[in-house]
Design a protein around this ligand. Sequence first.
Ligand code: S3P
Length: 439
Amino acid sequence: MTPTHKSPRELKAGGGLSGRVRVPGDKSISHRALLFGAIAEGTTTIEGLLPAEDPISTAACLRAMGTTISPIEDGKLITVEGVGLDGLQEPGEVLDCGNSGTTMRLMLGLLAGRNGRHFVLSGDASLRRRPMQRVGQPLALMGADVRGRNGGNLAPLAVQGRKLRGAVVGTPVASAQVKSALLLAALTADGPTTVIEPAHSRDHSERMLKAFGADLDVGGEMGRHVSVKPGASLTGQHVVVPGDISSAAFWLVAGALVPGADLTIENVGLNPTRTGVLEVLEQMGARIEVLNRRDVAGEPVGDLRVTHGPLKPFNFGEEVMPRLVDEVPILSVAACFCEGESRITGAEELRVKETDRLAVMARQLKAMGADIEEHPDGLTIRGGRPLKGAVLDSETDHRVAMSLAIAAMMAEGDSTLARSEAAAVSYPTFWDDLTRLRN
Ligand code: S3P
């Protein structure tokens, strides 16, 4: 049989790792640039947009509602012709959010206030299993009408646009997706809205909405209160998207683990609401230098150099979780190669990501012989004994696919990885970069 990209990928064990890599644009910032550009007045230009499946889903939904967005291609400047705060048209088709939770959740907030218009949102099998009431319920406090399967929790979801009320809304989880949905809804409500989070989640929406001209204030302890006054129109901007620290994390861990490795990851977003992985790697004793720190279009950016060195086990919990929620899979791989016991707690949110990432990582790493125990809210990993090459499966999850690629490189014996193409959801050139950096 001729191999296709859907055949299990062969992952050779061993080899070195060195060179420079520029990871693709930040996924969270890419979604927001497209969404805010669509409801701004005038043209938004986006440099460094992530040309991957998730932002492409956001762009497709916005196009279906009358926004003109140039083709999303690697290295191209993307233009979005804004339709203004109330210019999105009722689509004649279901809005397909693909695999992207950010697309679906932010769309709910964006569309709930389009008075008199009707929208249906759906996505792939993974997205149709993910909880949406965490957005629908707080939006309902503003008068939104969002319905779905399972009492409104699961897509397909129907949104009947309504005039929304400004409100003080507490979110049930520290989730930037939930917060951002509420902030989008607040832009056209009939009065001011304050969103209060249980813990401060990533703040890309706050930064970018302000840059687009929204009347937005951040206050409260550690920025947990965000207030929006409606009425200000947004104006198209030039957005520069930094590299995604969640994609850089695979190289940071690989560089720390692979004997003799020396990697420089260029142009990585270092927003402090996202850098928990650096804090944990630092506690582990990883040799990481931040070079060329700068500010680009309202986001801190730097280059990260990582060299191989011994790592100590870690112990982290809910306090840091919002700052490294997407990096738990690759950190669980790092733990397998540290002598001693590592513990992750307060990570229940991992169970409602693209897959149940605690269960999937435990299952896949066990197949390689790892000593890993799953708890309702985390993992305990006793590291230090070698992993063996195995028959692996991403179970359709992009971050699992890339985490297992690094584990397989460090194993004794080769592995195969089924559904490796999942990586394209956030990092379409991952496999090419891996081949290029290995030596
Ligand atoms: C994201 C927020 C996080 C993260 C996801 C992207 C965002 O989800 O896991 O990959 O762009 O706002 P939660 O908000 O559910 O924690």
